[in-house]
Design a protein around this ligand. Structure first.
Ligand code: F6P
Length: 540
């Protein structure tokens, strides 16, 4: 089925022609209660979607499109463990990672729920031993630093969450996250650490990723250079992976390996054993609270009718702007310094998932897919890029994320933070007309420069407080938003073939950069010239 050829798509296209010219000012004056009405709750998340360029009719038509695309059936298929990742012939079961104990879920003949809870129990035991000082380094000293070595999905989730949940972490223990093959990353993250009190978590689903294995080798060399012998490796390295053979080959005892499964996609793996460093940092109780937060929104997603289902609505609104209004980017604006890494985390989640040009049947897509996600915490962004949000020529749907209670209550700072957040979404939505600008006494020639066009849509998400639970809820909300978009666009949101070619080419190219002799470079002329120039810079 070509989704854009359906009656439901056609009805939305016709409806778009009537909405395109409507302003949010007009929509609010036609429907004065919409600010209270077009809101909903998922777990503890209060979501206000009233500042979107939609009417009740739009939502009805979007829900009809979702029905036509088979969204309810696809959601159930995911939760049942069907192989909805068709190009890799795999189930997609990150939701099983946070389901409470005791719920059997048999997939391909295996009770995956039991497997999940077995690994979680092992993680809790390990985290407790490190936190209590029972697990020591090779000199008998307690561990003071946990360094996660991983990249992409084996880094961004726990790294983002460690920053977000710093207030809940054991401050006597630092966690660091090394991802980049740029040696600077390893050097800077370890420069003030003592090898005798540092534990490395080598985290890689495949355990073949060049960056991770290279950094892990550097870490082992760093430990051994401190005078430790090979037997110390077992005390200072544990692994998180689906690939026990490769873990053993690297020299890590598989007793100290925490497993997961091919039905967990890398960017959906944060609640698998990939969260181990985070669990050590915030403790098993905090981690369990986070899993319960994820689960609350998983349940909302599975059981709430489409038109009230908040991740579904958000996903449909994203489709509305991307496919009908031609929006290309999406801003994520957390009004919380603790969420500074959320945009980076969401970049992988959304863009690796929905950056696709063919449908799951292998046909070229017939509409725009995917959005470029970006953002920074407010209020910093206001003094940097918000100018373009307010007066630029692009339509950029934005998400404002804020909390009722601050983690640190200093004077009225949190109230000022939140006043800024509410003001920004209102200014974006309603703008300021030429008449209003002129009425302020603005000189006529400056009036056009001060006009704020408004009509720029946003979602506001308000939670009571940033906690492990609300963080889990927020991430699950975005995961299911991405799922919804992928179903409407009929793309496989769970593969990532597009990242492979560059990896293969880098491997082919590496010898040309490192060899002492002038190499034959079998590449295009630009690449050849760049490599030659690089070799001169390296005196090769
Ligand atoms: O290159 C992309 C990717 O495969 C991501 O999808 C994944 O999260 C990341 O690399 C890391 O992979 P791994 O966990 O296997 O090291």
């Amino acid at each position: 089925m070509d989704i854009t050829a359906t009656d439901e798509w056609g009805a939305l296209a016709a409806h778009h022609a009537t909405i395109e010219g409507a302003t949010l000012r007009q929509l609010f004056s036609d429907d004065p209660g919409r600010g209270h009405r077009l809101t909903g709750t998922a777990g503890d998340l209060h979501v206000d979607w009233s500042k979107h360029r939609v009417t009740d009719e739009t939502v009805r038509l979007l829900a009809a499109l979702a029905e036509r695309a088979g969204l309810p059936e696809r959601i159930e298929a995911m939760f049942r463990g069907e192989h909805i990742n068709t190009t890799e012939d795999r189930a997609v079961l990150h939701v099983a990672l946070r389901a409470p104990a005791g719920q059997e879920l048999v997939v391909d003949g295996q009770d995956v729920a039991a497997d999940v809870h077995e690994v979680l129990a092992k993680m809790r035991g390990f985290a407790d031993r490190v936190r209590s000082g029972e697990w020591t380094g090779h000199t008998g000293e307690r561990i003071r630093a946990v360094v996660n070595i991983g990249i992409g999905g084996s880094d961004l989730g726990p790294a983002m969450a460690y920053t977000a949940l710093a207030d809940y972490s054991d401050r006597g223990l630092t966690a660091r996250f090394v991802s980049n093959i740029d040696p600077t990353d390893f050097a800077e993250k370890t420069r003030d650490l003592d090898p005798a009190t540092t534990l490395f978590v080598v985290c890689s689903k495949t355990f073949t990723t060049l960056e991770t294995l290279t950094n892990a080798t550097a870490a082992r060399d760093w430990l051994l250079a401190s005078g430790a012998d090979e037997s110390a490796v077992a005390k200072h390295f544990v692994a998180v992976s689906t690939n026990a053979d490769a873990v053993a080959e690297f020299g890590i005892d598989t007793e100290n390996m925490f497993g997961f499964w091919d039905w967990v996609g890398g960017r959906y793996s944060f609640t698998s054993a990939v969260g181990l460093a985070l669990m050590v940092a915030i403790g098993p109780a905090g981690y369990d609270e986070m899993l319960a937060g994820f689960h609350a929104v998983d349940e909302h997603f599975r059981r709430t009718p489409l038109a009230e289902n908040l991740p579904v609505l958000q996903g449909l609104l994203n489709v509305w702007y991307t496919s009908f209004f031609g929006a290309q980017t999406h801003a994520v604006l957390p009004y919380s310094q603790y969420l500074s890494r959320l945009p980076a985390y969401l970049q992988q989640l959304t863009m690796e998932s929905n950056g696709k040009s063919v449908t799951w049947d292998g046909e070229p897509v017939s509409t725009t897919t995917g959005e470029v996600y970006w953002g920074e915490p407010g209020t910093n962004g206001q003094h940097a890029f918000h100018q373009l949000l307010h007066q630029g020529t692009s339509l950029i749907p934005s998400d404002f994320i804020g909390f009722g209670e601050p983690n640190h209550d200093i004077g009225d700072m949190h109230d000022l933070l939140m006043a800024n957040m509410f003001a920004q979404s209102a200014a974006l939505a309603f703008g300021k007309t030429a008449e209003e600008v002129a009425a302020d006494g603005t000189a006529a020639d400056v009036v056009p420069h001060k006009v704020m066009p408004g009509n720029r849509p946003s979602t506001t998400i308000l939670a009571p407080k940033l906690t492990p639970s609300t963080l889990g809820q927020l991430v699950a909300f975005y995961e299911h938003t991405v799922f919804t978009e992928g179903v409407i666009w009929q793309i496989d949101s769970f593969d990532q073939w597009g990242v492979e070619l560059g990896k293969v080419m880098a491997r082919q190219l590496a010898p040309a950069l490192t060899s002492e002799d002038a190499p034959e470079i079998d590449q295009d002329d630009s690449t050849v010239a760049l490599v030659e120039h690089y070799r001169r810079l390296r005196n090769r």
